[in-house]
Design a protein. Structure first.
Length: 454
């Protein structure tokens, strides 16, 4: 009988080790979550005390102890409201004691991680007096597996997985413009491919500027309404996009419906409250290697460069209401690129920094937002391509990692949804010419996809 129990125990141990190596999510749901929950509950009071997250007893408790001739009461820890397991970790919700601050828990997150023997701890304030600790039981970003999530909103695209196991979305309605920086081989192009593949099935016009002779974006041309592969073409394309933005604003102005006979809710100042038959398709402008647009070697190129930066700043300042959104990518994005660059950067609310080669590059993305995010961006391992730090102008940030999307996968998605590519008259001269495909001895030239024009 004893031998049977020993054999069973060995089998369970082997199964646990195999699951931990091959299927960390299964291991966590079967074994890890139980052990972690017990560990957190048993160590809770001592960990809170060691991390300085307790408060001394109140005066009335001290007075009551003196009157009753009892020992001095111990310091009080935050009260546990809820401990909830998830597929990647635990969620611990705490009620703060009087005098405590949510920042104390955020500053102690690394000590809490070590004390509870978990992979990561992230703190956030739920409401006044309530803090939530999202604790990850294993390295979620080691093998990124995006959950199957059908599209619900046109401009909300899942692009990566956060370190707490949640899906990171690129939401253009909430964050209209974004900056994406990173060194060579840091995963910046893969992130961009994932974004394009996520936008391809949606009712969106994609406009690209790729000054590397189009090697990054031209394979995806079947889904692009307009594409420029040189600074000269980019200048003309941006001028046409500004002209298109002016036409959209004329439509909005004509359809604002400002009348005393209409309720205020029907008055509009952007494209989203326009009638469906008048609403133009949203436009996402992707700029790869923005530094190539800002460099100038002579006077003529300097004039063109100033015009390009001016148009980008104008689109960033005015484009949101017209449904125009910017996704600016580059290795560096600092004041050394010339005048107007810092003004453009100030308009880019979303910030994503992949691995960078120096702290200065990280400061270009997060220096005006969060010093902690700068430190996190510098510490990204070179053996973890695709890992990045994502934040916005509110100061919040998190580590993310995009799934590996090969160029072949992105091309297949764009080709499958080429019929969704809308036509915009102002951008028609920049419509990419699709290459001929050889099919069993015959040459087939795909027709340009068409969609309702605006």
């Amino acid at each position: 009988m004893d031998a049977l129990w020993v054999t069973l125990l060995l089998v369970v141990l082997v199964v646990a080790l195999v699951l931990r190596w091959l299927r960390p999510t299964w291991y966590w749901m079967t074994f890890g979550v139980t052990f972690a929950a017990i560990r957190v509950l048993v160590r809770y009071r001592s960990v809170m005390d060691a991390c300085g997250l307790t408060v001394p007893p109140s005066r009335w408790r001290l007075a009551l102890a003196r009157v009753a001739n009892r020992p001095v009461p111990e310091s009080r820890s935050p009260r546990i409201l809820r401990l909830r397991p998830t597929s990647t970790g635990l969620v611990l919700r705490l009620k703060l004691r009087p005098g405590q601050d949510a920042f104390d828990f955020s500053a102690s997150s690394d000590r809490l991680r070590h004390s509870f023997a978990l992979h990561n701890v992230v703190s956030r304030e739920i409401r006044s007096g309530v803090v939530e600790l999202r604790m990850t039981g294993y390295d979620v970003l080691k093998r990124v597996r995006m959950p199957s999530d059908p599209p619900t909103e046109v401009l909300r695209v899942p692009v990566a997985l956060r370190e707490d196991g949640a899906v990171h979305h690129r939401d253009y309605r909430q964050v209209p413009h974004a900056l994406n920086v990173g060194a060579t081989k840091s995963g910046k192009s893969v992130y961009q491919r994932t974004l394009v593949a996520g936008l391809a099935p949606r009712n969106v016009a994609l406009v690209g500027i790729d000054c590397k002779n189009g090697v990054e974006l031209s394979p995806l041309a079947a889904r692009f309404t307009a594409l420029a592969d040189s600074p000269a073409e980019a200048a003309d394309l941006l001028a046409a996009l500004v002209q298109y933005m002016g036409r959209v604003y004329q439509v909005i102005r004509a359809e604002q419906r400002i009348s005393v006979a209409l309720p205020d809710a029907e008055i509009t100042a952007d494209i989203w409250d326009l009638p469906a038959h008048l609403r133009p398709v949203p436009v996402v402008l992707l700029v790869d290697e923005v530094a190539e647009l800002a460099l100038a070697a002579n006077k003529a190129e300097e004039i063109r460069r100033d015009q390009i930066v001016t148009d980008l700043v104008r689109l960033a300042q005015l484009g949101r209401a017209a449904g125009i959104h910017l996704e600016i990518c580059g290795q560096r994005f600092g004041s050394e690129l010339g005048k107007g660059i810092t003004m453009l950067r100030a308009q880019l609310t979303g910030r994503t920094a992949h691995r960078v080669n120096d702290e200065t590059s990280a400061n270009m993305a997060f220096g005006d937002i969060s010093p902690d995010a700068v430190l996190a961006a510098v510490q990204i391992d070179k053996d973890r391509p695709g890992t990045a730090v994502a934040g916005d102008s509110s100061g919040g940030w998190s580590r993310i990692r995009a799934p590996h999307t090969s160029l072949r996968q992105a091309v297949d998605v764009c080709n499958a949804h080429a019929h969704r590519t809308p036509e915009i008259p102002e951008l028609e001269p920049f419509r990419p010419v699709l290459p001929a495909r050889v099919l069993i001895g015959t040459v087939h030239q795909p027709k340009a996809a068409s969609a309702p024009a605006f």
